[in-house]
Design a protein around this ligand. Structure first.
Ligand code: 3AT
Ligand code: MG
Length: 335
């Protein structure tokens, strides 16, 4: 498997860059879309502060980390000083408030790993998830947003990979495939390891930003404006990067031994994380370390069946980019 990584290289791969870039442009949310999101947040803030004057609303996920497309949902975190075990009551109260204020399809999902209220905004038809005190998600949202400002190829690659994953049906954690967040981390890690590097490892640099979440220090260099030239020496085009990304996950990644770590800017071993055997439902077949909750493997949802599906999809994508005359037409064919 490893050998194919080096021997096959397509010389006209750059010809597909313009098509991929126009796809990227078409996926970016419009100004109108962003304005509607702001309106929704303003209206939510008004209702929440009436009930809980000291609470704060944070946007997280792709509506705030700059990896959101015009199809992304709106993820909101309510930061509120309550004791452990009270989140379900707060969510039920919140659901009631939203219902009386004419939000649609309001549903409190209190039994999930991250309990939420889900609703849709009648003005914009956005689907919106509200969780309580999920401050790790707020911290990793800022980290992703900061990475996105260093080199635009990260946004381009991640938008295209997310789009591909949605259309090919491999972006459903409840079905055993990977979350959007996991795909973005895979893209960051990949660009950290190009030669020359396209992205630095912000958590390995002198921290300029520190926040503590549940006793865990989240610290990294966040003055990313100073890094806008970081990847300039690397001239790889988006078509080349996309092909290499799929090729890496199809043929080069060592699924038996390796863990992708954005925190370290390289792959580390399953052995050192103690992720070599199945514990409960965590199988560790594809290992993607969360940058802040480092005991958290974002690939743990993947099982024996879905790892096969994922690897076939990576191989299919790599092969299309390798051999097809018009790869953009087939690559994104709905599954
Ligand atoms: P979409 O554009 O909505 O597909 P997203 O980045 O909003 O992409 P999700 O809706 O899957 O992704 O997740 C929302 C945010 O929640 C993203 C990340 O900040 C956080 N998050 C998601 N999954 C995890 C996880 N397993 N561990 C920690 N944080 C997570
Ligand atoms: Mg989202």
């Amino acid at each position: 498997r490893t050998r194919r990584w080096w021997i096959e290289h397509r010389h006209d791969i750059d010809a597909f860059t313009p098509g991929l870039l126009s796809l990227y442009e078409s996926l970016k949310p419009s100004e109108e879309h962003k304005a509607k999101q702001r309106q929704l947040i303003e209206s939510l803030t008004k209702h929440v502060s009436k009930q809980w004057p000291n609470a704060q609303l944070h946007l997280y996920g792709s509506c705030a980390n700059s990896f959101g497309t015009s199809h992304s949902d709106v993820d909101v975190c309510l930061e509120i000083g309550i004791g452990a075990g009270c989140a379900a009551d707060v969510l039920l109260t919140l659901a009631e408030i939203l219902r009386t204020n004419d939000f649609d399809n309001v549903e409190a999902i209190t039994s999930a790993r991250v309990p939420i209220v889900r609703m849709s905004d009648p003005g914009s038809e956005f689907s919106c998830d509200i969780c309580i005190n999920n401050l790790f998600a707020v911290a990793n949202t800022k980290l992703l947003k900061d990475y996105a400002q260093i080199d635009e190829r990260l946004l381009q690659l991640a938008f295209i990979v997310k789009h591909w994953a949605k259309l090919r049906g491999v972006n459903e954690t409840y079905c055993g495939t990977l979350s959007s967040y996991a795909y973005v981390l895979m893209c960051i890690s990949f660009l950290q390891q190009r030669e020359p590097k396209i992205l630095p490892c912000l958590q390995e640099m002198e921290p300029t930003y520190t926040t503590v979440v549940d006793g865990t220090e989240c610290a990294y260099f966040d003055e990313v404006r100073q890094l806008h030239n970081f990847g300039a020496e690397n001239k790889e085009s988006i078509a080349e990067l996309l092909w290499t990304f799929f090729h890496y996950w199809a043929f080069h990644h060592d699924y038996r031994k390796d863990v992708i770590s954005v925190r370290m800017g390289k792959t580390i071993s399953k052995q050192e994380k103690n992720w070599t055997t199945r514990v409960g439902n965590d199988r560790h077949l594809v290992c993607i370390e969360d940058p802040f909750e480092t005991s958290h493997d974002l690939g743990r949802v993947v099982d024996r069946r879905t790892i096969g599906i994922l690897r076939e999809e990576f191989e299919r994508a790599a092969s299309i980019l390798q051999h097809d005359d018009d790869p953009c037409a087939v690559l994104f064919e709905p599954y």
